[in-house]
Design a protein around this ligand. Sequence first.
Ligand SMILES: [Ca+2]
Ligand SMILES: [Ca+2]
Length: 96
Amino acid sequence: MNHKVQVSSAPLNWSVYDSNDDGTIDISDPIADFESQFSGGPDSACPAAMDFNADGRRDISDPMAALGFLFLGAPPSPLGTACRNFPGCPAGRGCP
Ligand SMILES: [Ca+2]
Ligand SMILES: [Ca+2]
């Protein structure tokens, strides 16, 4: 059996769905996302990381899926729950 491991040198710069850049995913992140999308609140410094359900769009389904994950036992983001490389984003808290 052969396994191929691809190692990327791209920096892991932002935690998936960490809207408010505090290094953790909690209820404050979908709230900030709701405010950004629907109430004129400030956007995340890494909008690319806000596609929680990884469907290529950012809409109400993202904070709803995040709330489901946090409180209803729904699956995490398909992107995972850790730091990833989001091109164009600054170095977020909690990422190397
Ligand atoms: Ca957060
Ligand atoms: Ca989405």
